[in-house]
Write a protein of this length. Structure first.
Length: 220
């Protein structure tokens, strides 16, 4: 699961693309302390060309469970979502994770206004990792509609304010790319891709950086 392809991703499918992924995963494995490993690290390793070894899976299972327990029952939407993505990455059922049903938690919290844009995006991605039932599917449709509505005039998404954030925009594209048949999604993807090509993508380096003006000086 968690497979999505946009035209930008297809263009980047070069030897350098796989090389960059492998280098990033190698960094996670060799430079990140076990105590700092999180769900995103687990996803990166799992989805990398080399995959996740059985030894790495044991380490991730232990660390992710410890991080979830450390929340001590205080879960925001993003906590449920991050934990579900991590659980799926290491092969643990998210409906029975450390005594909690992460799917139910997402359904109850993600559509709410206080979940924020990350709560909508991560929620759509998390609930799309498998078929979790009719209520989950309905929630995904709601979240996708909210994501489409939150797209700014530039064509991207931001945690706050009007300036697009490249990370949030990339995550939004991942969520939308998993549901291209939903209303407004294809148009939203095209707008976002156009914005990234024009404002963020650097052909010489492959970087995606959206320049922002700093404070009141207007310096960019």
């Amino acid at each position: 699961m968690l497979t999505v392809t946009t035209s930008l991703q297809a263009q980047a499918a070069t030897p350098y693309y796989d090389k960059s992924i492998n280098q990033a995963v190698s960094y996670i494995k060799t430079k990140t302390s076990k105590n700092d490993l999180d769900a995103w690290d687990a996803l990166a390793v799992k989805r990398s060309p080399k995959g996740m070894s059985s030894a790495a899976k044991k380490v991730f299972k232990k660390r992710l469970a410890a991080k979830f327990k450390s929340l001590d029952g205080h879960y925001a939407a993003v906590d449920y979502e991050r934990s579900l993505i991590g659980a799926v990455s290491v092969g643990v059922k998210p409906t029975k994770y450390e005594g909690k049903n992460l799917v139910t938690g997402i359904i109850k919290t993600a559509p709410k206004s206080n979940a924020g844009i990350n709560g909508k995006i991560w929620g759509a991605i998390a609930l799309s990792t498998a078929n979790y039932g009719k209520t989950s599917t309905k929630t995904v449709k709601t979240l996708i509609a909210q994501i489409v509505k939150a797209q700014n005039t530039q064509g991207g998404w931001a945690i706050s304010g009007s300036v697009s954030d490249v990370d949030v925009t990339g995550m939004a594209l991942m969520a939308l790319g998993m549901h291209k048949t939903y209303p407004g999604v294809k148009t939203a993807i095209k707008r976002a891709e156009s914005m990234l090509k024009k404002q963020a993508y650097h052909p010489s380096t492959g970087d995606f950086i959206i320049k922002k003006c700093f404070y009141k000086s207007g310096e960019c």
